[in-house]
Write a protein that binds this ligand. Sequence first.
Ligand code: FES
Length: 227
Amino acid sequence: MKNAFTGVEVFRYNPETDKEPWWRSYRLPRENYTVLGALQYIQEHLDPTLAFRYSCRYGRCGLCAVLVNNNPALACQTNLQDGMKIAPLAKLPVLKDLVIERRTILEALQKHALYPEMGIEECKGLQEPLHEPEEAALLRGCLECFSCLSSCPRYDFPGKGFAGPYFFVRLAQLHLDPRDRQDRFLQGREMGIEQCRECAKKCRCPAGIGIFENAIKLFLQHDNERL
Ligand code: FES
């Protein structure tokens, strides 16, 4: 008889009670679950202590990003398969089970001043339609899921000396924003973007943003031309 269950392994870690992370296996009735659906089933029916994050359930908020078989993915957009291993995003501190710490990264946006710096003229024009270059549209889908940081070979939390791909996407968005007055090329160098030259473009984006092609390359090409 065909196996009526799907087996998954889930990373477990409670820093308050566990010395080390551990894996727990669960068996779910065989149905067409997404990974998020499976986690919800586990929490509701098998283990209420399992912690994970989500909000929209349709690929918009980025909060459900986890590692599925070692690759970053949105849990709500990934179909469950037998034998999958589900873990928190790598390289980021784990608060509990699949929940990573997001606050430090979001606070670093402020520290790096990654918001548009506008003069009075630009502020006056805020009611007008924004005329952005076409490339800006390629970066608009960032969900702030931090999968790119998790998959970047260079990134090391909290990103000292090398801010990491999530911040470089923000930097490119600002560079392409016609209202922004800051020299984002200089800022990119200060944030370590040069180190992306040696990388094999390994950072991954579940939303399909070409992080190297459409963001980082703008900065590296500019610096090539300067030399
Ligand atoms: S729950 Fe919002 S992207 Fe998955």
